[in-house]
Design a protein around this ligand. Structure first.
Ligand code: ADP
Length: 654
C-alpha cells in the first residue's frame, strides 16, 4: 500500500479566516481548548448515538472519554477522543474547508464588529471555525484520526500558513488525537502544558461536557511507614513521599437539567448556558421545568440576551438539544419549538422518547408534539411574567422573530398579539402594547389607527396623520416588514379594527359638501393634467397643514408593502393612488383662483405637478424629475421674496 503524503492548499477563505482568528483572538487564547474538547465531545455524541442502533460499533472501546495529554518538555498538548473519527475524505472535507456560507457570514460579522473587541470570542464558536482556533497558540497542528470501523488512519498536519499535508498512517484505536506544538511563550503568558492552567480552562469552559475529560497527573504520595528510612532517633532520612501518576477527571459533567432546581445555582445555570450556546453573554432568562404526568421529562430553556450574529444562517447548530436519559440525540431540534421561538436555547431530556427516531418522523411523534405544546405554554408564561424593563430588552432583540407567529400559529395568535409592542405617535419613542393603546383611545374612537413604513421618524411626520393628531388620536407606527402581515391576519385587537391611516377615508367627519362642489372643476383639471400618475383627485380627510398627500383605497397595497414585495423579487402592479388635496390650505385656494382666472396659464401645469411631488416627498418617496421640481420651487421662491420685500418697502435699488 502506498503511503503518499499529499500537500493541499487551503481555500482562500480559510486563509482569511485563519488570519482573522489569530489576529482577533490572540487576547483569548485559551478558547482553543474549549473548541477542541467540544469537537471531541461531538464526535463521541455521534458514535454513542450510532451505537444505539449498531451495538457492535463501539467494540471493546466502550468507555467514552476525552483525554488531555500535556508534554511540557516537547511543549505539546494533545486532545484525544474515542469518538467516531474521520475517514481521509472526511478530514479533507471537514478540516481543509469551512462551510461556505459560514465563512462569508463570519468575515462579514468581523468586518462590521472590528472595533468591538468583546464580540470576537463569541464569533468563533458560532461560526464553526473552532478547529482553527488551535493556531492562536500552536505553530503546528497535527491531527491523527481513525474512523470507527476503518482499518487505517489519516494524519493531517499544518503550520497554518496556507497549506496542509494529508497522509495515511496507523492508529491503535478508533477516534481522533489533535496535537498542538505550542508557540514560544513569554513569562507572563499562560503555559498550556501546565496541569493547573489546563484544569482552570477546562473548569471555566468545559465543565458541563457530558463525557469525562481525563488527564494523567503526578502527585506526591506519602510512603508507607516501613518504606521510610529513619535515623536512630526515629527521624526520617531522605524522601517521605514518592511521585505517582494517576488519572483524574477534570470536569463535573453535571447534567444540571436532571437535577432539582433548588440544587442548581445561578452561576451554574449561566455557565451551562454558555456551554451549550457558545454565547459569551449571560442569558436574559431561563426556565427549568420538570414535567410529571403521563410522561416525564426535563427541560432547561434559555432566552439569550442578544440575537446571535449567525441567527439567520442555515447551518446554525444551536437551539434545543434533545436528550434521552442523558444520551444526546440531536442538537437544534427544530420540532420542539415553533419558528417564532427559534432563538430559544436549551436542553430537553425525554426518557420515554424512541431512540431510533429520525428527524423526519419526529414531527409526528405524539410525545414530541406534547412536549412542544407544553414548552410553548411555558415560554408564553415566562414572557408574560417579565417586568417591563426586561421585556423591552427582550422585544428589542427578538420582537421581529416573535411576530412570525402571528400569521403562522393560529392557536396562539391571540396570546401573541398581547406580546406585540409598538412605537406610536404619542409614545415618545417608547414601546407600548396594543392593550395600552386601546385603553387610552379617545371616547368616540373605534379603530386602531396604524401606518407602515421604514422608519418611525418619517412616519411620525407623515401628512396622513395631521387630522388624526389634531383630534388627539394616537397612531401606531409600524416599521417592521412583517407588520403588514400582522395587521392583515389579526384584523382586530380587543374587537377594535386595525385601520390604515394612509388608506381610504378616515371616518373623522367628512369634507364640507359645498367645498367639494366648489373644487370639482379644479380637481377634474388636476386629474387630467396628472394623467397616469393618479387614480383620482379628491378633497382630503387626512390633511391639516400640508397641501397634499397620496393615499390608497382600503384594499390597495400600502406603498411600504409594495416596496417589500419588490425587494423580495415579486412582481407587483404599482397601485395608482389618489391625490388628496387639502382644500382648507391657502396655497391650494390660490392655485384654484389662478385656475379659475385663466385655465391656460402655463404656471398651472407646474403647480399641478408640484402638488403631486410634494405629496411624494412627504411620504419619503422620490420625485421623478427632481430638476423640474427644483426649478419650480426656485421660481416660486423668487416671486414670494420679491413680493414680501415690496410690501416691506425695502426693494433693492439698482
Ligand atoms: P465545527 O465543530 O463548528 O463544525 P470545526 O472547524 O471545529 O467546526 O470542525 C469542523 C469539522 O471537523 C466538524 O464539524 C467535524 O465534522 C470534524 N471534526 C473536528 N474535530 C473532530 C473530532 N475530534 N472527531 C471527529 N470529527 C471532528
Amino acid at each position: 500500500m502506498e503511503h503518499k503524503k499529499e500537500t493541499h492548499q487551503f481555500k482562500a477563505e480559510v486563509v482569511k479566516v485563519l488570519n482573522l482568528i489569530i489576529n482577533s483572538l490572540y487576547s483569548h487564547p485559551e478558547i482553543f481548548l474549549r473548541e477542541l474538547i467540544s469537537n471531541a465531545s461531538d464526535a463521541i455524541d455521534k458514535i454513542r448515538f450510532k451505537s444505539q442502533t449498531e451495538p457492535g460499533i463501539l467494540a471493546k472501546d466502550t468507555e467514552l472519554r476525552i483525554r488531555i495529554i500535556p508534554d511540557p518538555k516537547a511543549r505539546t498538548i494533545t486532545v484525544e477522543d474515542n469518538g467516531i473519527g474521520m475517514t481521509r475524505d472526511e478530514v479533507v472535507e471537514n478540516i481543509g474547508t469551512i462551510a461556505q456560507s459560514g465563512t462569508k457570514a463570519f468575515l462579514d460579522a468581523v468586518e462590521t464588529m472590528k472595533k468591538k473587541e468583546s464580540i470576537a470570542p463569541e464569533l468563533i464558536g458560532q461560526f464553526g471555525v473552532g478547529f482553527y482556533s488551535s493556531f492562536i497558540v500552536a505553530e503546528k497542528v497535527t491531527l491523527v484520526t481513525r474512523a470507527a470501523g476503518a482499518k487505517t488512519a489519516t494524519r493531517w498536519e499544518s503550520t497554518g500558513d496556507g497549506s496542509y499535508t494529508v497522509e495515511e498512517t496507523t492508529r491503535k484505536a478508533r477516534g481522533t488525537a489533535v496535537t498542538l506544538k505550542l508557540k514560544e511563550r513569554s513569562e507572563d503568558e499562560p503555559d498550556y502544558t501546565d496541569e493547573w492552567t489546563i484544569r482552570g480552562v477546562v473548569k471555566r469552559h468545559s465543565d458541563f461536557v457530558s463525557y469525562p475529560i481525563v488527564m494523567d497527573v503526578e502527585r506526591d504520595e506519602p510512603l508507607a511507614d516501613v518504606e521510610i528510612l529513619k535515623d536512630s532517633d526515629g527521624k526520617p532520612i531522605g524522601e517521605t513521599t514518592r511521585k505517582v501518576k494517576r488519572e483524574e477527571t477534570l470536569n463535573s459533567m453535571k447534567a444540571i437539567w436532571a437535577r432539582n432546581k433548588s440544587e442548581v445555582t445561578e452561576e451554574e445555570y449561566t455557565e451551562f448556558y454558555k456551554h451549550i450556546s457558545h454565547d459569551w453573554n449571560p442569558p436574559l432568562e431561563h426556565i427549568h421545568i420538570r414535567f410529571e404526568g403521563t410522561t416525564e421529562y426535563n427541560a432547561l430553556l434559555y432566552i439569550p440576551s442578544r440575537l446571535p450574529l449567525d441567527f439567520s444562517m442555515r447551518e446554525r447548530k444551536h437551539g434545543i438539544h434533545l436528550y434521552c436519559k442523558r444520551v444526546f440525540i440531536m442538537d437544534d431540534c427544530k420540532e420542539l419549538v415553533p419558528e417564532y421561538f427559534s432563538f430559544v436555547q436549551g436542553v430537553v431530556d425525554a426518557p420515554d422518547l424512541n431512540l431510533n427516531i429520525s428527524r423526519e418522523i419526529l414531527q409526528q411523534d405524539s410525545l414530541v408534539r406534547n412536549i412542544r405544546r407544553n414548552l410553548i405554554k411555558r415560554l408564553f408564561d415566562l414572557l408574560e411574567g417579565m417586568d417591563k424593563e426586561k421585556y423591552d430588552r427582550f422585544y428589542a432583540e427578538f420582537g421581529p422573530i416573535l411576530k412570525i407567529g402571528i400569521p403562522t400559529d393560529h392557536d396562539n395568535r391571540e396570546r401573541l398579539s398581547k406580546l406585540l409592542r409598538y412605537q406610536t405617535t404619542s409614545s415618545g419613542g417608547g414601546y407600548v402594547s396594543l392593550a395600552d393603546y386601546t385603553a387610552r383611545m379617545q371616547p368616540d374612537q373605534d379603530a386602531i389607527y396604524y401606518i407602515t413604513g421604514e422608519n418611525a421618524a418619517t412616519l411620525q411626520g407623515s401628512p396622513h396623520l395631521e387630522r388624526l393628531k389634531e383630534k388627539g388620536i394616537e397612531v401606531v407606527l409600524m416599521t417592521d416588514p412583517v407588520d403588514e402581515f400582522v395587521v392583515q391576519v389579526l384584523r382586530t385587537f380587543d374587537s377594535k379594527k386595525f385601520t390604515s391611516a394612509e388608506k381610504g377615508d378616515l371616518s373623522l367627519g367628512s369634507v364640507d359638501e359645498k367645498k367639494r362642489h366648489e373644487f370639482g372643476g379644479f380637481f377634474d383639471y388636476l386629474k387630467e393634467e396628472l394623467g397616469d400618475l393618479v387614480k383620482d383627485v379628491k378633497a382630503s380627510t387626512h390633511l391639516k397643514d400640508s397641501l397634499a398627500c397620496l393615499s390608497g383605497e382600503t384594499y390597495d397595497l400600502s406603498p411600504y408593502l409594495e416596496k417589500i414585495l419588490k425587494a423580495t423579487g415579486q412582481k407587483t402592479e404599482p397601485a395608482k393612488r389618489i391625490l388628496e388635496i387639502n382644500v382648507d390650505h391657502a396655497a391650494v385656494g390660490n392655485i384654484k383662483f389662478l385656475f379659475e382666472k385663466n385655465r391656460e396659464d402655463p404656471l398651472l401645469k407646474d403647480y399641478a405637478r408640484l402638488l403631486f411631488d410634494l405629496a411624494l416627498i412627504a411620504e419619503g418617496s422620490k420625485v421623478e424629475d427632481p430638476a423640474r421640481f427644483s426649478r419650480t420651487i426656485g421660481t416660486i421662491m423668487a416671486e414670494a421674496i420679491t413680493a414680501e420685500e415690496l410690501i416691506a418697502g425695502e426693494a433693492i435699488e439698482v
